[in-house]
Design a binder for this molecule. Structure first.
Ligand code: SF4
Length: 69
C-alpha cells in the first residue's frame, strides 16, 4: 500500500504581503477534504532555524510531502 503525501503549509510568519489575502484555514481544510493526503499541517516559517529542526526531525527518507509556501 503506497502512503499518501503529507501537506505542509508554510505561512511565512503570517506577515508576508503575498499571504495577506490568503484564508489559511480554508486552504488547509480544502486540502484535507479534497486532496488525497494523509493530513495537512501548518508551520510558521520553514526557512529559519526551527524550521530546519522541524524538517530534520519530521521528514522521513521514504516519505512523500507536498509543501505549500
Ligand atoms: S519557506 Fe518560503 S514561505 Fe516559508 S517562511 Fe520561508 S520564504 Fe516564507
Amino acid at each position: 500500500m503506497s502512503k499518501k503525501p503529507t501537506f505542509i503549509m508554510c505561512i511565512c510568519t503570517g506577515q508576508c504581503p503575498g499571504f495577506k489575502t490568503l484564508d489559511l484555514w480554508e486552504l488547509v481544510n480544502t486540502v484535507r477534504r479534497e486532496m488525497d493526503v494523509e493530513y495537512a499541517i501548518v508551520h510558521p516559517q520553514l526557512c529559519v532555524d526551527d524550521g530546519d529542526r522541524f524538517i530534520k526531525d519530521y521528514i522521513q527518507k521514504d516519505g512523500l510531502y507536498i509543501i505549500g509556501a
